[in-house]
Write a protein that binds this ligand. Structure first.
Ligand code: F6R
Length: 239
């Protein structure tokens, strides 16, 4: 595990953006695994600026998102479909993007076909955030490490964490999601996990120094041969 700690968020995001842009330039057909939430937004802002200024092209890039809420229309501002369009896709020249469909009438069939898509295509570089409870994707504590794309009930702590995107109202936060499983996530050739802020410091300490245990799903990353952590001082404060 390579651990990069930065004094400021700006330095962190400048560095991680450079890293990702280099990967796209050296492999214009790269398959990117993408995350939502607040963590990747400053990365996406930098990718957009670089695309506009330096013309890094995403024409042949394919992207695969980690997860999507169930029970939220795609058109809802907080659906990950709309989030990705607003925060990245519509600003760059990417054409082939995949996000699990949380509106599918047969959600189990959707999970199966997203798993098969991931197996067929493979992810080269997976971008991850981390929940304050150590979740990756929406794999909440006690998710088996051999899980594939599946339907989850969001943990109480995740519903609370995400209420900030829903007018602070717990009732408005969807309670279910469809997510890549842990096995799908760690199948990526390379993983970049970004964490900022004190609220993530406990989970990050577990990821680096804790026992590999399903209770903190992200501890599985210790077993992956090619993981890069990008942390600000606060997220690294318990290391
Ligand atoms: C999002 C995702 C989640 C988030 C995590 C952190 O696609 O899979 O695991 O990365 O909940 O969220 P933020 O970045 O909002 O703190």
């Amino acid at each position: 595990m390579k651990i990069n700690i930065f004094d400021s968020k700006k330095e962190l995001y400048d560095a991680v953006a450079l890293y990702v842009i280099d990967k796209v330039k050296s492999n214009p057909e790269i398959h990117l695994g993408l995350a939502t939430g607040s963590t990747p937004v400053p990365l996406y802002e930098r990718l957009i600026i670089d695309h506009k200024v330096n013309h890094t092209s995403y024409k042949k890039v394919k992207s695969f998102n980690l997860d999507e809420y169930i029970g939220l229309p795609r058109t809802h501002e907080q659906s990950y479909y709309t989030f990705m369009n607003n925060n990245l896709f519509k600003h760059i020249d990417i054409t082939e993007t995949y996000i699990p469909n949380g509106e599918a009438s047969d959600i189990l069939a959707e999970a199966k076909s997203y798993k098969e898509l991931l197996e067929r295509e493979g992810v080269d570089l997976q971008i991850l955030g981390i929940g304050s409870n150590g979740h990756i994707g929406f794999n909440e504590p006690n998710t088996p490490f051999d899980s594939h794309v599946h339907i989850v009930d969001l943990a109480e702590s995740t519903i609370k964490d995400n209420a900030r995107f829903f007018e602070g109202n717990l009732d408005l936060v969807p309670k279910k999601a469809i997510t890549m499983g842990i096995k799908d996530i760690i199948a990526a050739k390379e993983i970049v996990l970004i964490a900022t802020g004190k609220a993530k410091s406990k989970a990050i300490n577990e990821v680096v120094n804790g026992k590999v245990d399903t209770f903190v799903p992200a501890t599985i990353l210790q077993k992956h041969p090619n993981v890069h952590l990008y942390l600000d001082k606060d997220a690294a404060s318990k290391l």
